[in-house]
Every structure is written in structure tokens, then in C-alpha cells.
Write a protein that binds this ligand. Sequence first.
Ligand code: FPP
Length: 250
Amino acid sequence: MSIIDPAIAVQRLPRHVAIVMDGNGRWAEARHRPRSFGHHEGVKAVRASVEACIRRHIPTLTLFAFSSENWKRPEEEVGTLMELFMKAMDREVDELVANGVSLRFIGERAAFAAPIRERMDRCEERAPASTRLQLNIAANYGGRWDIVQAARGVARAVAAGELDAARIDESVFDAYTCLADLPPLDLFIRTGGETRVSNFLLWQLAYAELWFSDVLWPDFDAGTLDAALADYARRERRFGGRGASGGAGA
Ligand code: FPP
């Protein structure tokens, strides 16, 4: 395993990384194997990325496992993915918890079959003694869905008389989004060569740094993560203000 450049100071590391894990299908096709083989190998890359975040003291990792648009895939592939999720949850949860990983699933759960929903609940209930990594799995998730469910929460609070509509601002609204209690998103990574956001974490992306790679997800490892971290550490984040170098910009 590659070790991150010790010259990257802890304060230059992101506190929250999100990844669109793209390229499983192409990785398998390049090997004349079924797409399901790529998804199986993708699980190994999930494990590697979790391990790498723990070692690098990155406290929050959010992975896009299944988008609300992925239901459009052939039934067989959706079935394979569901089975994979269930098996991965059964197999990995003990080790994750033992290693200080807290799990959360974000997305609309109602569409999943009961055995999957039950496993999600059980995984979330398994709190480690002390959390080293908060791992969020986006499943049947869409960034627009998150914004709409937050708007619904805000509307309910107003209707119940708990919230004055005149008080709604960005930080009040933010509190109703899925990851509100966690560090703001710092670094967005997408593998697989596409340079799209694909309806992931739209609200949270406002000032995140974006990093795209041609690496196909099953090939993602600690070295790829380190390349992203090194690039991130070099960037000057200005959040719309003026940076240390005096330059204006976003
Ligand atoms: C995109 O590759 C990947 C997915 C739709 C599924 C991601 C799932 C995993 C990595 C496995 C399990 C995850 C967990 C959290 C246990 P693609 O099929 O779109 O690839 P392509 O762009 O090459 O067709």
C-alpha cells in the first residue's frame, strides 16, 4: 500500500471525501467478463478506499453505490447489485464496526425490498465504541431527492409551528439535508473517465473541490486516493473570497 506524502499536513487533508465509483462494467468488459464480475471486484475497491481513509485519518467518506437512476438498468444487473449489497453488508459489517466504522445509508429506502431495508437498519444500529470513519453509502440516492426531502422537512416544521418561515436561510435548510451533522464535503472524486456530477450531493457540492480520474473503479486503490489528496492539498480554497495570494474568484 502506498503511503501518503508526509509533506501533506493534516490540515491540508479533506475531512469529507465523496466518490462516484464508476467503471465497473467497462473494467469487466475489457476482460471479456460479465458486468457483474466488475461489480464484485468493485467491492474490493470499496474495502481499499475505506481502509485508506482510516489510515489517513479522513473522518468522513460518502460512496455513491446506487443512484435513483440505476433502476433503469436491466433487471438482471439490478438483481446482481442488490445481492451484492446484501452479501457485502452481511460479510463486512462486523469488521467495519471492529475497525471503528459507523455506517449510514442515505437515499429513498422505500424502493428496496424488506431484507435489504432490514440489513440497512441493523448496520446503522451497530455503533462502534469510537468512530474513526463515518461511512455513508448512497443507495437509491439522488441530489435532487435530498433537496426535495429537506424542503419537505422544512415545510412540515413550518406547518407544525416549530419554524418561522421568515427564519429559513441556507444554514436552517442545510440542517434538513442528509449529511447535515457531518463535516462539509471537501473533495468529490469520480472514477471512470466521465466528468459529470450525475445528481450526487448537489447541495453539498457548492464549494467542494472536484477531482476526476480515468481509473476504472475496480482499479482504485490507496495510490489513486493519494493522487487525489495531493492535488487537493495544492489547491487554494477561497469560498468566494480572496485567497492568501490576493486573487479574487470562486
Ligand atoms: C458504476 O459502474 C457502479 C455501480 C452502478 C455500482 C457500484 C457498486 C459497487 C462498487 C459495489 C458495491 C458497493 C458497496 C458499497 C458494497 P458502471 O456499471 O456504471 O460501469 P461502466 O460505466 O463501466 O458501465
